[in-house]
Ligand binder design. Sequence first.
Ligand code: PXP
Length: 246
Amino acid sequence: MASLGINIDHIANVREARKTNEPDPVLLAFLAELGGADGITIHLREDRRHIQERDLRLLRETIGTRLNLEMASSQEMLNIALVSKPDMVTLVPEKREEITTEGGLQVSENKTSIKNIIEKLKLRKIPTSLFIDPDASQIEAAAEVGAKWIELHTGSYAEASWVNQKLEFSKIKESVLKAKSLGLRVNAGHGLTYQNVEPIANIVGIEELNIGHTIISRALAIGLKNAVREMKRLINNPRKEPFFGS
Ligand code: PXP
């Protein structure tokens, strides 16, 4: 059964829309934990469009689960991670103009710089995960640079039309097997919703699902604790097949 990391960037997005002090992602992270979250994920972006360094500092002090810091592979972010010491760093690609993370990290094309960051974090006992597409060459490259964890990008599965969903699902399933065969530990996330999470939750070998937007959206309707509880029920007790139309 996979655990649930809640991505709370979306709460900070609402705060930053008014540049005020509410809603506070630090306070709401606590409610997410009360609802059953196994970890809290934040992405400190280079342009600080949502999560701020203040959030990272306070979350590091206050959360009782695990803090996963998503960040770009830059020197600035590495320095911040070395000081704040999250429980895990997830390296993600980052473009200023994107609305959310698009596509996985190109590990095979940036082996030296990624390896260097992984090693520096390892010296401080911070494990690194690489957010990658469900693609054999990227998984092999992740193992080569010394990552212990990967997070498989579920965006293509989540966005696929019903005709392609089965194929995108198979890619994730095969990628988990490939990663395990290379000794990697596997998380997954991006674009997962209350409607599409169950097939992914059924895949043996995925240790954690990182989910944000759908839970925060649902929380607006039913409250954060209940929204987290509902997602935990789906992950812990997913229906068995059939899921897909084709
Ligand atoms: N994993 C990573 C690496 C992400 O960048 C994001 C989005 O910030 C998520 C998971 C969560 O995606 P969503 O908000 O679509 O659930």
